[in-house]
Design a protein around this ligand. Sequence first.
Ligand code: AMP
Length: 394
Amino acid sequence: MRVLVLNSGSSSVKFRLLDPEDPAYLVNGIIERIGESGSRIRVFFDDEEIEHVTDIPDHKAGVIAAFALLSESGHDPRHSNIVTVGHRVVMGGDLFTKPVVVTDKVLDAIRELSYLAPLHNPANADGIAAVRIALPDIPQVAVFDTAFFADLPEPSRTYAIDREVATRYGVRRYGFHGTSHDYVSHRVAEFLDRPYESLRQIVLHLGNGASASAIAEGRAVDTSMGMTPMQGLVMGTRSGDIDPGVMTYLSRAAEMDATDLDHLLNRKSGLRGLCGHNDFRELTDLVEAGDPDAVLAYEVYLHRLRMYIGGYLMLLGGADTITFTAGVGENAPKMRADALSGLEWFGIEIDPERNALRSKQPRIISTDSSRVTVLVVPTDEELLIARAALSVTQ
Ligand code: AMP
């Protein structure tokens, strides 16, 4: 029983063909630069890689090219025993709080939610529409990035603005990276052999995008991303939290309109805005070399992260676990140590040797005497999407 998982971004599509029962079976692929010059598509399988550079004007063409390349690699999706296709959809709004089988009505609703996620939902919908044409007899399932946070408590999801404006325009905290927070927090409970509901968890998803969540009694009680994925932690290219007054100030003083501000906060901010680099490896090298802009960027990143960890310790009344995940969280031991340094008073003690260990497996990096268990757990959003897709179709 195989599942195809698609994660469509505005100019890229990541895809994976997997068998949830057989971790050894894995075919990965990525289509990049859709709608731009020099689009390329790559498929990875059994330590091999095939790459094509070809014009891919839109998502439909991307899916056709991906299927052709999968066939070339011996994994034609039409003959690979695929029982369902799972799609990551960024915004489910108030409509979708669970995975759903895609019908015409569901696809229309995903498009209608584009007003809340203009960069993501149209791409997600285009990806789904293209696969429905290519595999018309196989059920497609939409898995929403916001769903894990659909049940946030009212005080956490509510912004303190005019209620009428907020209600009319759907302005509230939705949260994102839900599939990752969901997968990782459940994996922590499984790894520690503790009931999910019994744990007070802080999960730090630190990748190019970054978000934190606080989980207690089996549900998310807060997350750092908001109505859009711009709020919260300092990210690769996104600002995270910023005084909302800066927007009105820049619109007047620098005559920036909504598009300019969106570009500034999404693309020219975060680590890249501060030091010109959004890749954490490059940042780390520059910090080690003593580059002052990189050192400041690193310190701003840590300052914000520590503030969220502190806030969540307060909200949860102390934590049982703190877990690092995603590209930076899984691979940057110095950042992990710096993020949690000097917190012995809170019962948080990192073991330097455990923290330095590199592994693709979940692991504990705190000392045996640490009251809070600190972990590194590799995220696997595609596996969660595949399981969710199977759960509603089988
Ligand atoms: P993600 O969005 O989860 O794919 O994470 C991407 C981020 O992870 C990028 O900023 C990478 O620089 C960072 N990353 C990946 N590998 C490493 C590594 N070995 N050390 C530090 N950062 C890394």
